[in-house]
Design a protein around this ligand. Structure first.
Ligand SMILES: [Fe+2]
Length: 364
């Protein structure tokens, strides 16, 4: 299967959605074409979720929602292109909810005009203002911190700042994924917000000079490089620590994880950069009332706990518990800058990455 597949939020039914989506999805989903009619399916009130997250990560949560409310859910999953698909489907889109990762995608969907505002006292009470759009077009469900993974063997310091990554003491010791990846851009945009574009350009240029190699691979591959001695520190998202520590498919990843400490940057000043996973209500949601029930459910303490635990993330709702494993990596305070500021500066950040040739690596 390619990047798309359809799954069901708890039951085995659900192929109808493929028919409903027509030729666009038919192309993307290849052999999974259904012949079931759309009418009955649209009438059953199921909430249709277009998700950039793997269905397995949200299934426990959706099962709980269905158990509580009797409302079924169906999921379309794709790594890319869901917002474009909703736009192309227009008024006939079966999408009720768009589930995204990263402020860039959430704001991007709003800018595309494929979302509608939700004004819910429940959501507004449960989700801190800095994790939701002031117009109600999106809100965060979980957070993840962009931290430093540091070799236990070769890095003895227990605190760090993003700023000091530019220090020559790290020359040849830093690994990271592409500077243009949304996780990198989120962090760099926060630096533009705090220090300005000129400062960030110099910082990017200095960090580039400190890299051990050209930016490449995902966050876990950077930890692998620390494990193998290629570098000493790397930037990465917190939940990858959990994914490595519990990886039964590729148990060597447990050893990668065991070779590093998690350092939360800037805990002694403004706090560590965090980004969100979040949700939007689709502009033409055919099951709006049920979709809002699901959105509100996502802000309940129970749902927050389940969702955060399944993904090794942090709940956004104050007081919702974080899992023991996640807490074991250390406590931190998060940078409280508004996510709207991160969104605002992501274009500048992306231009600066190109301007300094960050992705060309240390020798260029
Ligand atoms: Fe990720």
């Amino acid at each position: 299967m390619n990047t798309s597949h359809l799954t069901d939020g708890g039951q085995k039914a659900g192929r109808w959605l493929l028919t409903a989506l027509g030729p666009l999805t038919t192309l993307a989903l290849g052999s999974l074409i259904s012949t079931m009619p759309i009418t009955g399916a649209l009438a059953d009130g199921s909430v249709n979720i277009y998700s950039y997250r793997q269905p397995g990560l949200i299934k426990p949560l959706l099962d709980e929602f269905t158990k509580n409310t009797g409302i079924k859910t169906k999921i379309i999953f794709a790594k890319k292109g869901l917002a474009e698909r909703i736009a192309a489907e227009g008024m006939n889109s079966p999408a009720d909810i768009l589930l995204s990762v990263g402020i860039g995608k959430l704001v991007g969907a709003t800018e595309k005009g494929i979302t509608q505002p939700v004004n819910s006292d429940t959501i507004n009470a449960n989700i801190p203002a800095r994790y939701r759009d002031s117009d109600g077009h999106w809100f965060g469900v979980t957070t993840r911190a962009r931290v430093i993974f540091a070799s236990k063997e070769r890095v003895k310091q227990t605190t760090i700042t993003y700023e000091e990554l530019a220090d020559p003491k790290w020359k040849g010791r830093i690994c990271t994924r592409s500077g243009q990846h949304v996780y990198s851009i989120g962090l760099f945009a926060s630096l533009v917000a705090h220090h300005g574009a000129e400062w960030t350009e110099k910082w990017l240029s200095d960090v580039k000079a400190n890299l051990a190699r050209k930016p490449a691979g995902n966050d876990r591959k950077q930890v692998k490089a620390i494990f193998s001695g290629e570098c000493d520190i790397a930037l990465g998202n917190t939940y990858y620590m959990g994914k490595m520590q519990t990886n039964e498919k590729e148990p060597i990843q447990k050893e990668w994880a065991a070779s590093i400490n998690v350092l939360f940057p800037n805990t002694e000043d403004r706090g560590t950069h965090v980004n969100i996973s979040g949700v939007s209500l689709a502009k033409h949601a055919p099951h709006k009332a049920n979709a809002i029930k699901l959105l509100e459910f996502l802000t309940s303490t129970k749902a927050q706990q389940i969702y955060a635990e399944t993904n090794f993330e942090y709940p956004v709702r104050a007081g919702a518990p974080t899992s023991k494993r996640v807490n074991s990596w250390g406590m931190f305070k998060s940078d409280e800058i508004g996510l709207d500021m991160i969104a605002k500066f992501r274009k500048t950040a992306s231009e600066l990455v190109d301007k300094v040739g960050f992705n060309q690596g240390p020798s260029s």
